[in-house]
Write a protein that binds this ligand. Structure first.
Ligand code: UGA
Length: 440
């Protein structure tokens, strides 16, 4: 089976490499020539554990190629996976569908008889039905009725993209076409044989599974962060609280880590796009709680800034602040809507001298916030600091030795924005340790 993957961002590059790993001939297409040049050398344009190795392996084996040519993609693929992004529109909650629409419009005239097109992008409910019509009218007239569409949302996490693609919790397929379902069962046969469940449903339900899953995850994080606010007000400890809740299997401990809240290219924009779409459908009341989920999440960032200000005696002027972490989460170089950079920028705006260090995301952070200062190591970022903020929970930061760091800083103050450092370890090395939702 020959597969094309349209759009080679986090999702597409990973999907292309993993499809090659499953044994298929794969052609990846992107409209950005620089990305295609990098991928063609078997290198990933972003940091994603395990992806470089997989790309290298299959580019060398010849099973995986990349192009910018739509006609080549149309002629090559029996199955076309559309993986273009759907970012939040500027100044609005709704997502921008223009990349997905452009991909369908560019591909349609080149489709061959019997092609199966599979959307993987996160889209507002109702999009697949609309895109099916759009695709049919853009495809060559004589074969338009032989082309099928399926929606197959993706649930991979950055940092675990390869693992999640090759070993997903479930596959979800929305389609009206038994042939498209059969083709996808064939594509995913190795996963199905390994016991991965596949839910086959209609377009709308498949689109909603994705929106609902991300909304649930965001809600869980904001729930525990709301509890952190109550803990702070009452002197309780949110980490112990979450640990005790987690013993209840109905609640579970995953996504119950309180701290600076969620960021990245998915959860924040997905809950907003979901609210916007529900509004269009006249069901906005059903999702008003997501507005609160979003507000609780954004409050974490201001609370972190406030806590830092308190620690520095009420103001940032003349104070040096070390920020550990720039990526929106560890094991990623993605800085989209990064809570860490948001806090760093707020403090800088209020007059603090901020120096940021991140193990992988420095280049991306510099591009987004050229006004911030950056240091090449955690130790250098911390040198002379009046307070150290731990904002992205890289393993490297958990491994820091507070006794070694102590002599470098101006004041031994650490604020743990992710609630993963060991308070005892830091306090016994003479540091003031503070965290969101924990007693001082
Ligand atoms: C998220 C979902 O987890 C994936 O299932 C989904 O496929 C993806 O969005 C997507 O829509 O493409 P991702 O954005 O990679 O994946 O990151 P997560 O691991 O979900 O983390 C999101 C944010 O929540 C991070 O900023 C993380 O630090 C934060 N988080 C996570 C918490 O604050 N507490 C937690 O307990 C867990």
């Amino acid at each position: 089976m020959r597969i094309t993957v349209i759009g080679t961002g986090y999702l597409g590059a990973t999907h292309a490499a993993c499809m090659a790993e499953l044994g298929y001939e794969v052609l990846g297409l992107d409209i950005v020539p620089e990305k295609i040049a990098t991928l063609s050398q078997g290198r990933s344009p972003m940091y994603e554990p395990g992806l470089d190795e997989l790309l290298q392996k299959h580019v060398v084996s010849g099973r995986l190629r990349f192009t910018t040519d739509w006609a080549e993609a149309g002629a090559f693929g029996e199955v076309h996976f559309v993986c273009t992004n759907t970012p939040q529109r500027k100044g609005e909650f709704a997502c921008d569908m223009s990349y997905v629409e452009a991909a369908f419009d560019s591909l349609a005239p080149h489709l061959r008889e019997g092609a199966v097109v599979v959307g993987k992008s996160t889209v507002p409910v109702g999009s697949a039905a609309r895109l099916a019509e759009r695709m049919a009218s853009g495809a060559p007239a004589d074969i338009a009725d032989t082309i099928e569409l399926a929606w197959n949302p993706e649930f991979l996490r950055e940092g675990y993209a390869v693992q999640d693609t090759l070993h997903p919790d479930r596959l979800v397929v929305g389609t009206r076409s038994p042939r498209a379902e059969a083709v996808l069962r064939e594509v995913y046969a190795p996963l199905l044989e390994a016991g991965v469940p596949m839910v086959v449903t209609d377009f709308a339900t498949s689109e909603l599974v994705k929106a609902a899953a991300n909304s649930f995850l965001a809600t869980k994080i904001s729930f525990i962060n709301a509890m952190a606010e109550v803990c702070e007000a009452s002197g309780a400890d949110v980490v112990q609280l979450a640990g005790a809740l987690a013993y209840d299997e109905r609640i579970g401990g995953k996504f119950l880590n309180s701290g600076l809240g969620f960021g990245g290219g998915c959860l924040p924009k997905d809950i907003r796009a979901f609210m916007a779409r529900a509004g269009e459908l006249g069901a906005d009341q059903a999702l008003t709680f997501l507005r609160e989920v979003d507000s609780i999440n954004m409050r974490r960032r201001s609370r972190m800034v406030e806590l830092a200000r308190e620690q520095l005696g009420g103001g940032f002027l003349g104070q040096r602040i070390a920020v550990l972490g720039a990526a929106f989460k560890p094991n990623s170089d993605d800085v989209r809507d990064s809570p860490a950079l948001n806090v760093a920028a707020q403090i800088q705006l209020q007059g603090g001298q901020v120096t940021v260090y991140d193990p992988k995301a420095m280049d991306n952070a510099r591009k987004l916030f050229p006004g911030l200062s950056f240091a090449p190591t955690a130790h250098e970022a911390a040198t002379g600091a009046h307070v150290v903020l731990h904002l992205t929970e890289w393993q490297e930061f958990r491994d820091l030795d507070p006794a070694e760091l102590g002599p470098l800083v101006a004041e031994r103050r650490i604020l743990d924005g992710r609630n993963v450092l060991d308070p005892h370890k830091w306090r016994s090395a003479g540091w003031t340790y503070r965290a969101l939702g924990r007693p001082g």
